[in-house]
Design a protein around this ligand. Structure first.
Ligand code: IMP
Ligand code: MG
Length: 188
C-alpha cells in the first residue's frame, strides 16, 4: 500500500476515525488506574519500570504515565522488524537498548499494537532473560484476527478489526504519528 503524503495534519481525511482522542484519553485513565492499583505497593520494594517500545508507543506512554499515581521509572527500547513495512516478518532486531538493567525490577512493556504478535513475543522473551522481578505487557491496540503467536496482554486499550491503522504514535512510512486520533485508510 502506498503511503499518502501528508499535506495537512488535523483533518480526518483521507482517514476514517476508528478511535477518537476522547476515547483514547478515557481508556488511558482506566489503564493508569489499573496499573496504579497493581504496582503501587510493589513500587515501595523494587523499581517499577515502564519500557516504551520505540517509536510507536511514545505518545501512548506519555499519556499513560501521567495517569499512574505511583513512583515509576521510564525507559525505552528500539526494535525493528525486517521486511515489508506493513507485514511483520517475525525477524526482529534491537536497534536501541535500555539505558539501565532491569534485573530484580518490575517491568511493564508498553507497546502500540500487537498485530501478528511476533515483535512482542521476541521482545518479552529477550527481556525475561534479563531476570526482572516481574514482567507484564500493556498494549494500546490488539488485532486478534492477525495473530500468529500467542501473546498474553495484561493491559489492553482496544481490540480493533483487521485494518492498518495510523495516528496517536502509529505510522505508515513514518508519517501520521501526530494525528490525535486513531484512523484507518478509507477503502483499505
Ligand atoms: P507484529 O510483530 O506483527 O505484532 O507487529 C507489531 C509492529 O508492527 C507494531 O509494533 C507496529 O510497529 C507495526 N504495526 C502492526 N500493525 C500496524 C498498524 O495497523 N499500524 C501501524 N503499525 C502497525
Ligand atoms: Mg511497534
Amino acid at each position: 500500500m502506498a503511503a499518502p503524503l501528508p499535506s495537512w495534519n488535523r483533518s480526518t481525511e483521507p482517514f476514517a476515525e476508528l478511535i477518537s482522542a476522547e476515547a483514547i484519553s478515557a481508556r488511558c485513565a482506566e489503564l493508569g488506574a489499573q496499573i496504579t492499583r497493581d504496582y503501587g505497593e510493589r513500587a515501595a520494594t523494587s523499581e517499577v519500570v515502564l519500557i516504551g517500545v520505540l517509536k510507536g508507543s511514545v505518545i501512548f506512554l506519555a499519556d499513560l504515565v501521567r495517569q499512574i499515581a505511583a513512583p515509576i521509572y521510564v525507559d525505552f527500547i528500539g526494535i525493528s522488524s525486517y521486511g515489508d513495512a506493513t507485514v511483520s516478518s517475525g525477524v526482529v532486531q534491537i536497534t536501541q537498548d535500555l539505558s539501565r538493567p532491569i534485573e530484580g525490577k518490575h517491568v511493564v512493556v508498553v507497546e502500540d499494537i500487537v498485530d501478528t504478535g511476533h515483535t512482542v513475543a521476541y521482545l518479552m522473551e529477550n527481556l525475561r532473560t534479563r531476570r526482572p522481578a516481574s514482567i507484564a505487557l500493556c498494549s494500546l491496540l490488539h488485532k486478534p484476527e492477525r495473530a500468529e503467536r500467542e501473546v498474553a496482554i495484561d493491559y489492553l486499550g482496544f481490540t480493533i478489526p483487521n485494518k492498518y491503522v495510523v495516528g496517536y504514535g502509529l505510522d505508515i512510512a513514518q508519517q501520521y504519528r501526530n494525528l490525535p486520533f486513531i484512523g484507518f485508510v478509507q477503502g483499505a
